[in-house]
Design a protein around this ligand. Structure first.
Ligand SMILES: Cc1cc2nc3c(=O)[nH]c(=O)nc-3n(C[C@H](O)[C@H](O)[C@H](O)COP(=O)(O)OP(=O)(O)OC[C@H]3O[C@@H](n4cnc5c(N)ncnc54)[C@H](O)[C@@H]3O)c2cc1C
Length: 251
């Protein structure tokens, strides 16, 4: 089965979320790593690939995102496609979806997998935009996935329980973190990743860039924390918490 997995290179967890007041964007300088959410999509693709299938990871990002994509190759993906072009700097949801659709149309995958959300943008919606542009069915929050007879069967996690859906292929699926336990790349996988095909596409290869449709008007950090008290548990923590809440008239 031919599967494409859309993955995002995001600031490493240690760097913390920072705002750049000049550009009004998230500051994405520093090391980039493969989004943890997306490792679940890569793992699921590897499980569904089959003996004669192929898993290609597709991403929009700066050139240094290539290092993050190599983690997916080290896990077992067959090749990577990175759309990287100055024309996509500051890309919003619409532009990002357009770039990914341009890359995916060159691949014609039977299944496109996504993680549920990115840890920096946190939109949890890109998969819907891509599915709409590709005119394909979309299933989100998939906690179980199977492919049989030209269709997929997915168990979705909802607030009230699970629902099981069937959709014809080709289709788009965003997987939840509950779907699997992603493997750690082996040393052999890490060494082998370097020699796997890693294609870089320019805007012209995916139908051109353009201007973002959305404009960020303001970025405001969260207000400073109010009065807080750290309670060490010396055996009386519960009483101390109750006392604090009562003091604040919250009980
Ligand atoms: C005006 C504006 C300017 C912006 N400028 C930038 C910028 O300069 N750089 C930047 O990185 N972001 C920028 N963003 C944010 C960018 O638009 C979002 O990151 C993008 O739309 C994806 O949304 P998300 O990160 O919320 O992903 P979500 O919708 O939360 O992600 C869901 C899934 O989509 C996939 N995915 C997400 N992003 C990518 C990607 N880039 N490539 C492949 N798969 C992906 C992953 O599988 C992920 O798990 C900007 C946003 C706005 C509104």
């Amino acid at each position: 089965m031919r599967i494409a997995v859309c993955v995002k290179a995001v600031p490493s967890a240690g760097s913390g979320a920072r705002l750049d007041s000049a550009s009004k964007r998230l500051d994405r300088s520093g090391d980039l790593g493969l989004s943890e959410y997306d490792t679940h999509a890569v793992e699921e693709a590897l499980r569904l690939r089959g003996d004669d299938g192929e898993v290609v990871v597709v991403s929009l990002g700066p050139e240094r995102a290539a290092d993050a994509l190599r983690k997916a190759l080290a896990m077992g993906a067959d090749r990577s496609v990175l759309v990287s072009d100055a024309g996509f700097e500051g890309a919003d949801l619409v532009l990002t979806a357009r770039a990914l659709v341009g890359a995916l149309e060159r691949e014609s995958p039977e299944l496109v997998l996504f993680g549920q959300q990115s840890p920096d943008g946190n939109g949890a919606c890109l998969w819907a935009a891509v599915a709409e542009k590709l005119r394909r069915p979309v299933v989100s929050q998939a906690a179980e996935l199977a492919v049989e007879g030209g269709a997929l069967r997915a168990k979705r996690q909802t607030e009230f329980g699970y629902e099981t859906l069937r959709a014809p292929l080709p289709a788009v699926v965003a997987v939840s973190e509950a779907i699997n336990e992603p493997r750690y790349p082996s040393l052999k996988g890490i060494m082998g990743a370097k020699s796997k095909p890693q294609e870089v596409l320019a805007a012209g290869d995916v139908g051109g860039a353009g201007d973002p449709v959305t404009t960020v008007l303001a970025l405001t950090p969260p207000p400073a924390r109010g009065e807080s008290r750290r309670i060490e548990d010396d055996g009386n923590a519960a009483e101390a918490i109750v006392e604090f809440l009562a003091e604040k008239r919250l009980l």
